[in-house]
Design a protein around this ligand. Structure first.
Ligand SMILES: Cc1cc2nc3c(=O)[nH]c(=O)nc-3n(C[C@H](O)[C@H](O)[C@H](O)COP(=O)(O)OP(=O)(O)OC[C@H]3O[C@@H](n4cnc5c(N)ncnc54)[C@H](O)[C@@H]3O)c2cc1C
Length: 393
C-alpha cells in the first residue's frame, strides 16, 4: 500500500479545508496527501447537520480573527474554489447576528463588543428603541440592548462549502479514501502507520485528527486518552408560520434560543441544560426541548410566533470541548506527528477556512505564519492555560 506524507482522518469541512489549503500551497508540491473518510455521503457528519452560521461576535480574540478571515474567504470562494468553470455557490447571506441582552447580560455584551470592534468586526450596539424601530416584530420590553453584525455575519450552505473544499482539494491531487481508521502503529514516540478497515496498514508521515465528534475515540487509537472532546447532541427545529419577520438576522435571545430564516420558514434551537446533555452518538429526535423551552422563549421574543407548525427537524453533534469551549489545534505534547483539529464546540463550520490555513502552516513550516493560534494548543490543558469562550450558541 502506498504511504502518505500527510493523512487527514475525517473528510468533513475541517479535514477537507486542511486538505485544500495544504494542497494549494506551493511548498506542499512533493507531498502525498490523503483524506480518509468513512462515509462519503456525510449523512451523520456535523458538517451536513450544521446550521451554517458565521459571526464575529465571540469573546476570544482568535475566534473573532478566524471568522473575519472566513467571511472574506466565503465572499471569494466561488472564484477560489472553482474547478474549471464550475463555481460553488455557498449561498452566503450576510444578514447578521443579533445578540440580545437583558440588564444582567449588558456588561458582558458591551465588553465583548468593544473587543470585537477593536479587532475589526463591524458590530453595532442597538438600544431598545433602535431595535424596535429596525425589527418591529421583536418584543424589546425586557431588553437593555442588542449587538448586530452589520456585515460579514450571517449563514451559508454547509454542504456546498464542504463539497467546494473537497472538489478543489481533489483537483489539487489530494486522494480521498472511503475507509475507516481502526488503529495506529507507533514507534519511537511517533505514529508510523494507520490501520484502515479495508486497505490495511498504510505508512504515514503526519496524521491529522479531523474526526469531529469522534475525535476522542480516534485519539485513543494512538494511545491518547485525555483529548477533551465530547459528542453532544443538538436539535435543530424547523418551523413554518404565516408570520413575516422582515430583515430577520440570526437572533440569539437572552434565553439562549436562536432563530434564523430558512426558505419559507425558520430554524431554531437551544443548547440543553448541562444536566441533560450526555455524551452520545445517537441522532434520535426529541421534541420536549422545543415545547418546554424553545417555543415559549420564541413566543415571548417574537409574539407573531405564538402560532406555528413544526416542520422536518433534525439532530446533529457538537464536538464539545467542555473545558473551555474552544478548538484544540496542533501537535500532541509527546506524539509530535499526531496533530489535532478538534473540539470546535459548535463553531467549526465558520472557522474551517482559518483552521485549514493554520494547520497547513503547521504541517509545512512547523509554526503559524498568518494568525497565531498557539493559545489553542493541546498543551494548554496540562499548563492550566484555558482560553474560555463565553459566546457558545
Ligand atoms: C446542529 C448543529 C448546528 C451547528 N451550527 C453551526 C453554526 O451555525 N456555525 C458553525 O460554525 N458551526 C456550527 N456547527 C458546528 C459545525 O458543524 C462543526 O464544528 C463542523 O462541521 C465540524 O466539522 P468537522 O469536519 O470537524 O466534523 P464532521 O463534519 O463531523 O466530520 C468528521 C468526519 O470524520 C469522519 N470520521 C470520524 N472517525 C473516522 C475514522 N475513524 N475513520 C474515517 N473517518 C472518520 C466522520 O465520518 C465525519 O465525516 C453546528 C453543528 C451542529 C451539529
Amino acid at each position: 500500500m502506498t504511504g502518505y506524507d500527510v493523512l487527514i482522518v475525517g473528510g468533513g469541512v475541517v479535514g477537507s479545508s486542511i486538505a485544500y489549503f495544504l494542497s494549494a500551497n506551493g511548498d506542499s508540491r512533493a507531498l502525498r496527501i490523503a483524506v480518509v473518510e468513512q462515509d462519503s455521503t456525510y449523512a451523520h457528519s456535523s458538517t451536513a447537520l450544521s446550521v451554517g452560521g458565521i459571526r464575529q461576535q465571540f469573546s476570544t480574540r482568535e475566534n473573532i480573527a478566524l471568522s473575519l478571515f472566513s467571511a472574506e474567504f466565503f465572499r471569494e470562494a466561488p472564484r477560489t474554489l472553482a474547478v474549471g468553470s464550475e463555481e460553488p455557490d455557498l449561498g452566503f447571506q450576510e444578514a447578521g447576528y443579533l445578540f440580545l441582552a437583558s440588564s444582567q447580560g449588558l456588561p458582558v455584551l458591551e465588553r465583548n463588543l468593544e473587543k470585537q470592534r477593536r479587532l475589526g468586526a463591524d458590530v453595532r450596539l442597538l438600544l431598545p428603541g433602535e431595535l424596535g424601530a429596525r425589527f418591529p416584530w421583536l418584543n424589546v420590553s425586557d431588553l437593555s440592548a442588542g449587538s448586530l453584525g452589520a456585515s460579514k455575519e450571517g449563514w451559508l450552505d454547509p454542504h456546498s462549502l464542504l463539497q467546494g473544499f473537497r472538489k478543489k482539494a481533489r483537483s489539487q491531487e489530494v486522494v480521498y479514501l472511503e475507509d475507516r481508521v481502526i488503529g495506529f502503529s507507533m514507534a519511537g514516540g511517533r505514529v508510523t502507520e494507520a490501520n484502515l478497515a479495508e486497505a490495511g496498514r498504510v505508512p504515514v508521515g503526519q496524521v491529522v485528527n479531523a474526526a469531529g465528534p469522534m475525535a476522542a475515540g480516534l485519539a485513543r487509537l494512538a494511545g491518547i486518552t485525555d483529548l477533551p472532546v465530547r459528542p453532544r447532541k443538538r436539535f435543530v427545529y424547523r418551523i413554518q408560520t404565516s408570520a413575516s419577520l422582515p430583515g430577520c438576522p440570526m437572533v440569539i435571545d437572552t434565553s439562549g434560543v436562536y432563530l434564523r430564516p430558512e426558505g419559507d420558514g425558520f430554524l431554531c434551537g437551544v443548547a440543553p441544560p448541562t444536566t441533560a446533555d450526555p455524551d452520545t452518538l445517537d441522532l434520535d429526535m426529541e421534541y420536549g426541548l422545543f415545547h418546554e423551552t424553545v417555543w415559549p422563549a420564541l413566543a415571548h421574543r417574537v409574539p407573531a410566533l405564538d402560532s406555528l407548525r413544526l416542520g422536518p427537524s433534525w439532530a446533529g453533534h457538537y464536538a464539545l470541548n467542555p473545558l473551555d469551549r474552544n478548538a484544540i489545534l496542533g501537535p500532541h505534547s509527546d506524539i509530535q506527528n499526531f496533530l489535532f483539529a478538534n473540539g470546535f464546540s459548535g463553531h467549526g463550520l465558520q472557522q474551517s477556512p482559518g483552521i485549514g490555513r493554520a494547520l497547513s502552516e503547521l504541517i509545512l513550516h512547523g509554526e503559524y505564519r498568518t494568525l497565531d493560534l498557539g493559545r489553542f494548543s493541546f498543551h494548554r490543558f496540562a499548563e492550566g492555560a484555558l482560553v474560555l469562550e463565553e459566546n457558545v450558541v
